[in-house]
Design a protein around this ligand. Structure first.
Ligand code: ZN
Length: 49
């Protein structure tokens, strides 16, 4: 199941999905929320079980 990236400021769901095993840092994206438009880092931690 793909996961969705949400803006940490306004909770807007970005048109961006990532897979269960994705790991990401240092990637920045601008929020597409109407009144937000803030830039935030997409941080996806590796899941250790
Ligand atoms: Zn936002």
């Amino acid at each position: 199941m793909p996961h969705k990236v949400k803006c940490p400021y306004c909770g807007y769901e970005m048109p961006l999905t990532y897979a269960e095993k994705a790991v990401c840092r240092g990637v920045f994206i601008r929020c597409k929320g109407r009144n937000c438009k803030r830039v935030f880092e997409i941080k996806i931690e590796e899941k250790t079980k």
